[in-house]
Write a protein that binds this ligand. Structure first.
Ligand code: UDP
Ligand code: MG
Length: 310
């Protein structure tokens, strides 16, 4: 059985199309599958539409979260509820084309691979968003141990062993492409053109994207804390040299250092300290969030019609 997890947040305009395309692709792939829709606190009629589909097709299941938890949390909910032997993670806006599922399935069936990730050839969407995404990916691919982050997102298919490994990672800071990289396994990619979203707007606000980028950087690289350490060491060297210069000028009777240099160094070290406190704060906040141990998502209701055996 294949389990397809699809997070949904205010997608009423494309749910019908999404269901028909996905069911079509899955029927061409194997005889048994479940479509696990995770309604992430939608404010439109998405939930009602999902329920209509769920009532007429026993292969469709709907997890209704108690509020909007964000799309990484919604994916996590779906992964926890999946019952299949294969797992597909797919966005609900048809930017991840369901028609690739049969091919991904075949790649896994060959037994050579455990995970197939979608590899985006080019992103033809929103230009300003593109620059920001591009910048993030450039920075992130330099500082993290992850490969090809520029091209690999959530869209992927994996077998049960890999899905179980993913399930076992309970950290609260969720960045699934990173977690999928962390678990290892034999992975391969399938190239596709990620088209513009045809219906509706992106449901990820700029702020959501920034906080996802922070989560990715802080949980998959040592860069921030390393940067502070290196800057701190440089600061010590600079102050040491400056100290020698100040002492020398005092003893040699050169003119005293003026206001400007004093103020500049106060501002310089003051802001460096604030920056470092901020970086430390990010880590402390993340540690705090882990120790609070709140659930990643909460489910209000799970709709699934038991399969009738004949
Ligand atoms: N999504 C979600 N919760 C959110 C934001 C988005 O479940 O808080 C879903 C959304 O419905 C879509 C998927 O996550 O199925 C990807 O969102 P979107 O297409 O808006 O992101 P983008 O592709 O622009 O990064
Ligand atoms: Mg999208």
């Amino acid at each position: 059985m294949i389990s397809v997890v699809i997070p949904i947040y205010n997608e009423e305009s494309l749910i019908d199309e999404l269901v028909s395309q996905t069911v079509f692709a899955l029927e061409a792939t194997c005889s048994d599958f479940e479509l696990l829709f995770v309604n992430d606190g939608s404010k439109d009629n998405s939930m009602g539409m999902l329920l209509n589909h769920q009532k007429t097709d026993h292969r469709i299941k709907v997890i209704n979260l108690s509020r909007n938890f964000g799309h990484q949390a919604a994916y996590t909910a779906g992964i926890d509820y999946m019952q299949g032997d294969y797992l597909v993670l797919m966005d609900g806006d048809l930017q991840d084309p369901p028609r690739l599922i049969p091919e991904m399935y075949q790649m896994l069936q060959s037994g050579e691979f455990d995970v197939v990730s979608g590899y985006r050839k080019a992103n033809a969407s929103n230009k300003s968003r593109n620059v920001a995404t591009w910048l993030f990916h450039r920075l992130f691919s330099k500082v993290s141990e992850l490969e090809d982050v520029e091209h690999i997102g959530n869209f992927s298919m994996m077998n049960k062993a890999a899905a179980d490994a993913l399930k076992s990672l309970k950290e609260k800071t969720r960045y699934l492409p990173g977690l999928r990289h962390f678990i290892g396994f034999r992975t391969t990619t399938i190239s596709y053109q990620r088209d513009q979203r045809e219906v509706g707007d992106s449901k990820m606000s700029t702020w959501n994207l920034i906080s996802l980028a922070f989560d990715a950087i802080f949980s998959f690289s040592k860069l921030p804390v390393r940067f502070c350490l290196v800057m701190g060491m440089l600061g010590i060297v600079v102050s040491f040299l400056a100290g020698i210069y100040i002492l020398a000028s005092k003893f040699l009777g050169l003119s005293p250092l003026g206001w400007s240099s004093t103020l500049t160094s106060i501002f310089f070290f003051g802001s460096i300290q604030l920056l470092f406190l901020g970086v430390l704060g990010e880590y402390v906040f993340r540690i705090y969030r882990e120790t609070q141990n709140r659930p990643i998502y909460l489910v209000r209701e799970f709709h699934s019609k038991a399969k009738v055996d004949n």
